[in-house]
Unconditional design. Structure first.
Length: 137
């Protein structure tokens, strides 16, 4: 699968990661799936509870449902989740794997010393054993 993010969306992900540093930023990616591509249409920033360690994120289930319902009303679906990795590479962690779903794209933004760096997208394998990097255009 391929994830399509336009330059403004990429910049918004980077800015969110920088704004929430040193905590992990997180949010949902609303869009459409067509021709083997997930096309991002709307980013939905989410609040990460401040009582979590700096290397974890959690999306409140009620907030997730509200966002999902709004996207559905607009003819969109959740095609991905994004989050930042403060002072760590943009690669999925074991915790990321344990909480991921195989049907979504997972975009990770590395944020080093408060400045966003690289950004990569990943998909969880069907057996949930690992992530594979997906094309990001």
């Amino acid at each position: 699968m391929t994830l399509v993010l336009d330059p403004r969306q990429r910049e918004a992900l980077r800015r969110h990661g920088e704004a929430d540093y040193p905590r992990e930023a997180c949010g949902l990616i609303g869009g459409l799936v067509a021709d083997g591509r997930r096309v991002a249409v709307r980013l939905v920033p989410m609040c990460n509870p401040r009582d979590l360690p700096r290397n974890r994120y959690r999306i409140d289930p009620e907030a997730f449902l509200r966002a999902e319902r709004q996207l559905d009303r607009d003819g969109l679906e959740i095609v991905g989740v994004y989050h930042s990795h403060p002072d760590a590479p943009a690669r999925p962690s074991t915790v990321d794997r344990d909480h991921a779903w195989p049907s979504l794209s997972y975009v990770i933004v590395a944020v080093a010393a408060g400045k966003a760096q690289d950004l990569h997208s990943w998909t969880l394998t069907g057996d949930r054993a690992s992530f594979t990097e997906e094309e990001l255009i």
